[in-house]
Design a protein around this ligand. Structure first.
Ligand code: NDP
Length: 340
């Protein structure tokens, strides 16, 4: 059972040497007497920026998810197939998405964080992206947190990524004016041609972010879907319209820093801007099922498309994860460890 383990706690940018692919000793049998355990074969591992936050040891302030432990296998929300089951709700051959290890096989004592895959007409890997956590994050963040409405001016960062590409397309469907920023011309081109954004820019090529935002939003921004924090957030806050909303989804520009960059939060006070943090985990159960059906409809009708960046084999997993912080992924980063 090949596994990706954390070798040591990380400071600064993660590297492939912070992880190791080892042969683990998980026995591919169910614990005797269990009535809940399942053994799954992992098919698609999801690479997500928040995994970096779990590679730091949090001593005083706990993170919102447990830290990874050196010497232990990483885990995340992956796609897998049930091989053995003692659980009445799961049977061998079922396809699931949910929390499993970054390994070929995972023994799950009680799969409370696993869901059945309902739509087999789409590629299974979509449940690491558009039909999984990133899609749900985009949907909940845009409509529940930012409350984007028809006719509003919407800006988003890391716009070509797993969450961003869906945010932009959902905002277009809702009738918003949508502009995204991304870190390469190839990504900017995708935003404009494939995802139907009204405009987009390469933030690495803009000498002055304030000027870029003024050019794209002469009348200001109503909704900012923040994936990066830092200098972009600072510039966006200056461009927000009164009663604008910022959905603070993530702060990927900060994850590798020992101390966060300064941001002028006083802007919120003067303009009555509501800036609200949220976690996708609040939006499970019935909310997820409503989202899943709506998104499946958009996909079938071709109103939402998605781009994935799939690398092959578990040995490629550490580099794929590290690549997120250099923007090497074009679209949702997935590691294919096995085909069904
Ligand atoms: P992406 O697919 O967007 O991959 C990360 C991207 O971030 C890179 O491709 C890169 O794109 C960009 N990036 C990396 N480093 C920096 C930097 N220093 N400054 C600016 N941009 C950078 O990831 P996801 O779509 O999975 O995640 C997007 C955000 O959403 C993250 O902040 C993540 O933590 C957050 N998130 C939050 C959830 C929640 O519940 N609140 C749930 C899921 C995700 P580029 O080339 O454009 O720079």
């Amino acid at each position: 059972n090949r596994q990706v383990i954390l070798k040591r706690y990380v400071s600064g940018c993660p590297t492939v040497d912070d992880m190791e692919v080892v042969t683990g000793t998980v026995r591919l049998v169910l614990p005797p007497g269990s009535t809940t355990a399942i053994l799954v074969k992992n098919l698609y591992l999801s690479c997500d920026p928040y995994m970096r936050t779990r590679m730091t040891r949090h001593t005083d302030d706990p993170n919102f998810v447990p830290d990874y432990v050196p010497g232990k296998v990483l885990d995340n929300c992956n796609v897998c197939k049930v091989v053995l089951s003692a659980h009445p709700d799961f049977k061998p051959g079922d396809f699931l998405w949910g929390v499993t290890g970054w390994e070929e096989y995972s023994l799950i004592p009680n799969p409370v964080l696993c869901n059945k895959i309902n739509h087999r007409e789409f590629p299974l890997s979509y449940y690491t992206g558009v039909l999984g956590v990133p899609g749900l994050t985009a949907y909940a963040g845009l409509f529940e947190v930012a409350k984007a409405k028809k006719g509003e001016y919407v800006f988003l960062s890391a716009a070509a990524g797993a969450v961003g590409q869906i945010v932009g397309q959902l905002a277009k469907i809702a009738g918003c004016y949508v502009v995204g920023s991304a870190g390469s011309d190839q990504k900017v081109n995708l935003l404009k041609t494939k995802f139907g954004f009204d405009d987009a820019f390469n933030y690495k090529e803009e000498a002055d972010l304030n000027a870029a935002l003024k050019r794209c939003f002469p009348l200001g921004i109503d909704v900012y879907f923040d994936n990066v924090g830092g200098a972009t957030l600072d510039a966006v806050l200056r461009r927000m319209r009164p009663r604008g909303r910022v959905a603070v989804c993530g702060q990927v520009s900060q994850y590798n820093l020992e101390r966060p960059d300064g941001v002028d939060l006083f802007q919120l006070v003067g303009k009555h801007i509501r800036m609200e943090g949220f976690l996708v985990s609040e939006y499970g159960g019935d909310y997820y099922r409503r989202f899943e059906e709506e998104m499946a409809r958009h996909l079938r009708e071709g109103k939402v498309v998605c781009v994935e960046d799939v690398v092959e084999g578990i040995d490629a997993a550490p580099a794929a994860l590290v690549g997120l912080f250099a923007g090497r992924n074009v679209g949702k980063q997935v590691v294919a460890v096995a085909r069904e």
